[in-house]
Design a protein around this ligand. Structure first.
Ligand code: GCU
Length: 421
């Protein structure tokens, strides 16, 4: 690209395009040489030839390695899990049904709990396919709707007055609405369900005292870090969907941005009830290949966010090649379900090409099922999505969730989910 064009792009986007932490590699030519662990080579040295071998041997092996070495093992569904639908009514001029559901992890209103906010198209005649996402700042930030309950748990304030002493305030209402085009999602025939991630596990290194961790012993080195815990919360939302006749629980797409994109990929791997998986700008520990050490590295992520992964993952600081898995294997764990990976040009920290490559290198598993996987041999041009059973785009702009991203997710879901209705 010509320098003048870069300058133009830089001006349009403000500093964000170039605001990448210093001291990390952002040049393709400087990516170290690496060999990816082989997706289809089993621990006993034999090669996967059939879907059956993948499903009964190699997939469980890889899933277990990710649990043991990176995200951590999580408990199952708690026996005392309870759902309380405390709000259900028509909103948005009669076009939508809004529900709010308290999910009580220990079956108690004064114990750890999360609030699910759900919008469904009012005119739906059948249970609707639904996007399930976590949000960063509270359910009340997703729309201006004054009836959305403020989070009860820890929040990180960003805008002035949005949080006081880490408690959400009215000032936060609607502040994240540009990321959630609720009207459009409903118009396209989908539901949207969201949970504030801090309800499940507050996003700081708290010694595992808060959120759902209060109910369990302190995690061992191979047990759940925060990403696995947030993913666990997504599975509990799916448990609720199984009880709600307005939602098609077999057609749920789990979507997340950034650290919550890492979470959606892991949720889709750990819980095969999710029908479709979407990673938006998930980067290191998400879709980006760790061995490339492009932008954020394993050491950096483990240092800045020691609570995201389990303690075993620390072994791979500056030592990515020793890890028995890399992130193409995480994408492959979604197979044969559709996965969409989205990058942004201005998000070098997340390694857009590394995100693309993990999709591409997941292809052999999709091919076992007779699917094409990601139909591109190199990263497609900016703003030109490609969609096989794996979809990918790199859009113009910065690290964010935009209407363009949602447009592609819905097109992709139309291709893979709606036809089954
Ligand atoms: C930081 C972090 C990323 C993460 C992002 C986010 O930039 O280094 O790994 O994806 O925060 O979640 O916003």
């Amino acid at each position: 690209m010509k320098l003048s064009l870069w300058l133009f792009v830089g001006l349009v986007m403000g500093s964000s395009l170039f605001a990448q932490p210093k001291g990390y590699n952002y040049e393709e030519a400087k990516v170290p040489e690496y060999t990816l662990p082989e997706l289809l080579l089993m621990a006993d040295g034999t090669r996967v030839k059939t879907v059956k071998q993948w499903e009964t041997q190699r997939r469980p092996e890889i899933l277990d390695l990710f649990k043991k070495e990176m995200y951590g093992r999580a408990p199952g569904k708690p026996a005392s899990l309870k759902f309380s639908v405390f709000d259900e009514q028509k909103v948005l001029k009669g076009k939508a049904i809004r529900k709010q559901v308290e999910v009580q992890f220990a079956g108690k209103a004064d114990g750890p709990r999360m609030t699910l906010l759900i919008y469904l198209p009012a005119k739906a005649k059948k249970p609707v396919p639904t996007f399930l996402t976590l949000n960063f700042r509270g359910n009340h930030t997703v729309t201006d709707d004054p009836a959305i309950r403020l989070p009860h748990s820890w929040v990180r304030g960003r805008t002035k007055g949005e949080a006081v002493n880490n408690r959400a305030t009215e000032n936060g209402r609607g502040v994240a609405k540009s990321r959630w085009n609720v009207t459009n999602i409903l118009k396209r025939g989908y539901g949207l369900a969201t949970i504030y991630y801090g309800d499940i596990d507050p996003d700081f290194d708290d010694g595992w005292e808060n959120g759902v961790h209060a109910l369990y012993p302190k995690p061992k080195p191979d047990e759940w870090g925060s990403i696995a815990t947030w993913a666990w919360g997504l599975s509990r939302a799916l448990d609720y969907f199984e009880t709600d006749k307005d939602i098609d629980h077999k057609q749920v797409a789990v979507m997340g941005h950034s650290r919550l994109g890492k979470t959606s990929l892991w949720a889709g791997a750990a819980d095969q009830r999710f029908a479709l998986v979407i990673s938006n700008n998930s980067g290191c520990g998400g879709a980006a290949l760790s061995r490339r050490a492009f932008g954020e590295t394993v050491k950096r992520i483990n240092t800045s966010f020691p609570h995201w992964f389990n303690d075993n993952f620390l072994k791979y600081n500056d030592n990515e090649n020793a890890c028995p898995v890399d992130q193409h294997m995480l994408v492959a764990l979604a197979a044969p379900r559709p996965v969409y990976i989205a990058s942004a040009v201005g998000d070098s920290w997340a390694d857009p090409n590394g995100e693309f490559l993990s999709g591409k290198h997941a292809n052999p598993v999709y091919q076992l099922y007779g699917f094409k996987g990601l139909p591109a041999s190199k990263q497609p041009p900016v703003d030109k999505p490609v969609m096989g059973t794996i979809g990918y785009h790199v859009r113009s702009g910065k690290h964010d969730v935009t209407d363009f991203d949602w447009e592609q997710y819905m097109n992709f879901a139309d291709k893979h989910l709606k036809k089954k209705r």
